[in-house]
Design a protein around this ligand. Sequence first.
Ligand code: ZN
Length: 458
Amino acid sequence: MRRWTCLGLALVLLFSAIWLPGCAQRPSEASPEGRQPLSGGASDVELQQEEAAASPEGVQAELEAPQPPAVQPVPMTQEYGRSDSYSAQEGAIEIRANHPVGDIAALDQAVLDWLTQTAQAYQAELEEGEGGSLTADYGSYEVNGREVSALVVGTLGGSHANRPRNVSATFNADRETGEVLKLEDLVVEGQMDTLRQMAAQRAGRDAGDEGLFSRWLLTSEGLRLYLDDAAQEYVEFTYLELLGVLLPRLREQGIDPDKPMIALTFDDGPSQNTPHILDLFAAFGGKATFFVVGSRLSAYPDTLSRAASEGHEIGIHTWSHTNLTTLSVEDIKAEIMNTQEAVQQYAGVTCAAVRPPGGSVNDTVKATAGELGFSLVNWSIDTEDWKTRDADATYQAIMDQACDGAIVLCHDLYESTASAMDRVIPELIAQGYQLVTVSELLSYSEDGMQPGRLYRYR
Ligand code: ZN
């Protein structure tokens, strides 16, 4: 059973910050900006604690009475919006909280509404004449550029006998629709029971326990379920574990030309390993380009049509995987057009790009491809996956060289390559890369994607 208890700083370490690397940087260089516990310096709560420690009585005059007890600040990352402080009186309950203000108004409002409702519920518990307080802090997370989530952790305190106790809540929102998400919105139809069983088993709780899903949070890595009021204990599922249970979320996402992008390309297939790669893109989002060998297509028609229907680009890797520079113009045309016809037959799409076998190109190949209306697309990152046949080596080659505009050469013939993608795809997305097709990538190059021209990167 994977189950963690975390306190304080441990939370910071567990949340990976979104980080946009340049070509010169390496994934091991953590962003210094990404992990500040609170934006804009210390929070009210922190200041209050520091001042109180330095001078127990001195700051009383500056602060309103009655004093709420200092809540332990939760040093969580704040990746969404900016942090603002909020104070309000709700009946006999004083609310003091840090809360997010960003581009999703519904999320911001949901946090404030929760603070108010929590104070009102607490008010109902108090005796006549009793005062109380709610102090709260939060963490916020950019999940994948589209979804945003927040965890709010608060403390309720009273002037009389009420012992301080924790309250917490989670909020998840969709930037595209501007709406706060319900968990049911994200679960594949008929799979809620599966998720319930999975959660109960991992948390060591009964499947009927309503508390299992009362605090759920999307992160860049998966789905997290907080189990206690202080949100210090949780179980987590990676998106890979939730294949077929959670709906893919990135699929309809538009491309932001100002954000880094990478084109993962897979040559020599289709093969029996291609569906696993398609599953990963379906789970994590993003698109790839499959440069297929024409003679293989009749053996994998469903895989090819699935790849095309899920928005991946199909490119041509010739009919017989022959070095095009050794062929006559007529034979070059046949290698390309026979493959195009088979792709059209099985997947109903027209290709725009040819990846010449071995990357071998000469003026004849360029001119012939250009005459037929195709661009030639090689690569800037060679994983050498065909040589190493090692998932770790393939993973490392990509993560070491990843940069904006890169075109990555992989081969979906190999199980090791498909297995490397288990980590490559979520980690590139978590680092802020948009995984795009070569046509998408090159459409953002200076003069677009021109027939007869050879590209290696954007
Ligand atoms: Zn090849």
